[in-house]
Ligand binder design. Structure first.
Ligand code: ANZ
Ligand code: ZN
Length: 807
């Protein structure tokens, strides 16, 4: 009989890739009466260097899940497309003169070839490409809708600017004051920029996090990024003037300890009162210096420097005591009010500053349980107020309420909320992006391009360099720039900035539902059928920006009535990285494992199986060639098992029981993203089968079905060999179900903990419920001795392992 090796050598896998394509096995069908399941990978940028085996981990996960759901009889939407605008192709164009569209085309075709060679079942009819007019028409449409809704504005903003690349850089693209790409020193420049008002959705974005099934870590990162902060705004009068300085604080309870304040170098009060500042020269010098730094550097300064405004004092509104005023670069103008009240005793930054400037430290909060670290260090915690007049004796929490009320009555304060998140700057002075569909008319101002005139097409260019003024290269194309006003018909000029590519990727999941629609972003019925996405899989590096932007766009479109869901991705799974020699795989490190050569040598089934077997999917794992050979040997063994099949053979009870256990485990593990243990269970079962002299067709068939999402070619080959089937294994609706009666519930050792410490072990039936386990645990003598029912705070239950009673 032909062995596995010759199967591979005779293009056995390719045979099935061709078959699936010919039979349209993985094309999305929407058959009536079936559940719909939408599983999606994050939108890849088709880079010139192609895919390595690290990228394929996430894609294999979605493909396994897609195939399993298909086999369970669902309609499955599993699309792929390209985040095709962006800088790499444009920079390459500047260097070589090759048009970005050609570079991208080539890269996409390479990506497609690679993905197809691994047997992924994408429905290529659904493909979208963000640099194609039929796609960016709708990116522009969204922009116009947001504009009409008042969620778009243009504003001058100091931005990071690279004089060599002649473009604005995001903070993340500035490393060590230098441009990440070319190493040129970055400057700050005031430029008119388009913004999307994501801040209007700050609270919605926060609230929505509570309802979605995402890794806790990712939710926390979004929460911190949004940075909701509840506190108070307090007005300090400036002595002998009519001016006041407002500060934002989260610790109004420390107000009696405030004996100086600090304003940002850009604070308007400085210009206003400069004639009263007796050391103005010194102050001005400091301000000039501060403005030479970027915001990132200033944040890193952490209050090391500052200059007192001599001749000026403010008055603490709670006790009318005089307060010194400083200018300091660590106070940022764009957070809160641009001014802070400083409390040396209870803020370490202020503490250190006060030592440098000989300012007294007034203790006003005493810790309730511990010793105060004062006078060595500030005490930043909460506690009970002292030295605080009528408020002494209150706890921090009570004091915050009462002091806010007190100041409010005096007209000197109020409670407010601040957010760290800023509006989304989407202007890019670059060529290879979606043109911003706005026109500037002398009479009417900025007017959006009407829907019927969309898309505003990106003109063909040969010269991709931005202009010397830092404008987009589109500014050089007079045919593009000069136009008429859609409102009054008068002379007008087009906006020449293009959009941040994060706008393109903030809505692509919508388009897959109906990617060829020329009249709508997507048909409502189709949206209802497929969205929101059932499972979204991608890397944690997108934890903040992409996922936040996508949620924002969804919420805005929901509010405008175009969508009927508020969260695009109710379930998110983030796969871990693949390392090689302890390092992230990357071209520059030279440790990349190329899937092409690998598939050629071992076969795609082995490749996919190893991707799933190499470790828990959510953890980072090390690529090992030895592990690969292990997987290959397993498939060889699976191949040989067919020799044991005997028609009508009656398997032993043990084999049947093991089969049902395996069905249960593999099904559950795939649902729980525990692919490695699913594969391990199949390996175990294959050992059981190897030890038999003969096995039935049915047992082998079930085994093959369970394996086929991971290793589809051997699955299809064996399934067809077993005969009697016309359909592909993936379309046969034959995913097996286990029979709980047949899985004998063994006694297992079950651990009882109290506050995480093991206190007893009992024998219970496997599969015991939480309630039953609780009852058993509480009736144990050893536990009774230590725990009273009424003191139980929480019960943590790990099925078939342990129960932990928290008291
Ligand atoms: C007085 C105070 C006393 C503060 C104390 C803290 C501890 P979050 O949670 O980040 O909102 N702050 C306010 N505006 C600022 C700005 N523009 N630049 C730099 N720092 C600013 O923190 C709010 C705290 O950050 C505020 O509370 C203020 O310092 C500072 F014992 O006010 B606090
Ligand atoms: Zn006009």
């Amino acid at each position: 009989m032909e062995d596995y090796n010759s199967f591979l050598e005779n293009n056995g896998e390719q045979k099935w890739l061709d078959f699936w394509q010919k039979e349209k096995v993985f094309q999305t069908k929407d058959e009536k009466g079936k559940d719909n399941y939408y599983v999606l990978d994050m939108f890849p940028y088709p880079s010139g260097s192609g895919l390595h085996v690290g990228h394929l981990k996430g894609y294999t996960i979605t493909d396994v899940v897609a195939k399993k759901n298909l086999m369970q009889g669902k309609n499955v939407l599993h699309p792929m497309g390209w985040d095709a605008f962006g800088l790499p192709a444009e920079n390459y164009a500047i260097k070589t003169g090759i048009h970005p569209k050609d570079t991208i085309k080539k890269a996409i075709s390479n990506f497609k070839k690679q993905l197809s060679s691994v047997g992924y079942g994408y429905d290529w009819r659904k493909e979208v490409t963000s640099c194609e007019p039929d796609y960016y028409k709708w990116t522009q449409w969204i922009f116009v809708k947001l504009f009409e809704k008042g969620l778009v504005y243009k504003k001058k903003e100091r931005v990071n600017f690279c004089p060599s690349c002649k473009t604005v850089l995001a903070n993340e693209q500035v490393v060590d004051k230098k441009c990440e790409r070319c190493g040129t020193e970055v400057i700050e420049k005031e430029l008119e920029q388009w913004f999307l008002k994501i801040t209007e959705y700050a609270d919605d974005l926060l609230k929505g996090l509570e309802k979605i099934d995402w890794p806790e870590k990712v939710k926390k990162m979004q929460k911190n990024w949004i940075g909701k902060s509840k506190g108070s705004e307090i007005d300090f009068d400036v002595q002998d003037t009519n001016e006041t300085i407002s500060v934002y604080t989260t610790r109004i309870d420390t107000l009696f300890g405030c004996n100086y304040m600090v304003v940002a170098p850009e604070h308007p009060i400085l210009e206003k009162l400069k004639s009263k500042i007796t050391n103005w020269e010194e102050v001005q010098k400091y301000i000039n210096q501060a403005q030479k730094q970027t915001k990132i550097e200033r944040k890193a300064n952490k209050g090391k420097t500052g200059v007192q405004l001599k001749g000026l004092k403010a008055i603490n509104p709670i006790n009318s005591q005089p307060v010194l005023i400083f200018v300091g670069d660590y106070v940022l103008m764009d957070y809160g009010t641009g001014g802070i009240m400083a409390v040396p005793a209870h803020d370490q930054r202020d503490f250190e500053f006060s030592k440098k400037h000989n300012i007294p430290v007034i203790e006003v909060i005493q810790p309730e349980k511990e010793e105060s670290p004062l006078p060595e260090k500030s005490y930043e915690g909460e506690g009970v107020l002292i030295n605080s007049g009528q408020f002494s004796g209150l706890t921090s929490k009570e004091a915050r309420k009462k002091m806010t009320r007190f100041l409010k009555k005096k007209g000197k304060g109020k409670s407010t909320t601040n957010y760290k998140m800023r509006d989304w700057l989407i202007s890019r002075q670059r060529y290879w992006g979606t043109p911003i569909p706005m026109v500037k008319c002398v009479k009417c101002g900025f007017v959006p391009v009407p829907e019927k005139d969309l898309p505003v097409k990106l003109p063909e260019l040969d010269d991709f360099k931005p202009t010397s003024k830092g404008e987009s290269p589109l500014a050089k194309v007079s045919d593009f720039v000069n136009t008429t006003c859609p409102k009054c018909g008068g002379k007008a000029k087009r906006e020449t900035d293009t959009m941040d590519t994060f706008v393109d990727s903030a809505w692509y999941y919508i388009r897959y539902a109906d990617n060829n629609n020329e009249d709508e972003i997507a048909n409502k019925e189709k949206l209802k059928k497929w969205l929101p996405v059932d499972l979204y899989v991608g890397g944690e590096e997108h934890a903040i920006l992409h996922l936040l932007y996508a949620r924002f766009i969804t919420k805005a479109l929901y509010d405008m009535g175009y969508l009927d869901f508020k969260e695009p991705f109710p379930k998110l799974f983030c796969q871990g990285m693949v390392y090689r020699d302890g390092e992230i795989m990357s071209k520059s490190r030279g440790n990349v494992v190329n899937p092409d050569a690998f598939v050629k040598e071992y076969g795609l089934d082995t490749m996919r199986l190893y991707e799933m077997f190499m470790g828990p999917a959510k953890q980072s794992t090390e690529w090992s060639d030895k592990g690969v050979t292990g997987c290959r040997r397993f498939l060889e063994k699976v191949w040989r098992l067919q020799e044991k099949i005997k028609e009508g053979y009656k398997d032993s009870d043990m084999v049947i029981r093991e089969m049902h256990k395996t069905i249960k485990k593999v099904t559950r593990d795939i649902n729980d993203f525990q692919f490695n243990t699913a594969v391990a269970a199949l390996m175990d079962f294959s050992n059981t089968l190897s030890n038999q002299d003969q096995i039935s067709k049915q047992v082998y068939k079930n085994f093959i079905i369970l394996l086929s999402p991971m290793s589809p070619c051997i699955g299809e080959e064996m399934y067809q060999r077993l005969g009697g089937e016309k359909k592909s294994i993936f379309r046969a609706n034959k995913w097996p179900e286990h029979d709980p009666k047949l899985i004998k519930e063994d006694d297992i050792t079950f651990i009882i903990q109290i506050n995480g410490k093991v206190r007893d072990q009992i024998k219970v039936k496997a599969g015991i419920s939480k309630d039953k386990a609780r009852e058993k645990a509480l009736s144990s003598k050893k536990i009774k001795k230590r725990v009273k029912e009424e003191n139980i705070k929480k019960i943590i239950f790990v099925p078939d392992k342990l129960i932990n009673i928290v008291v």
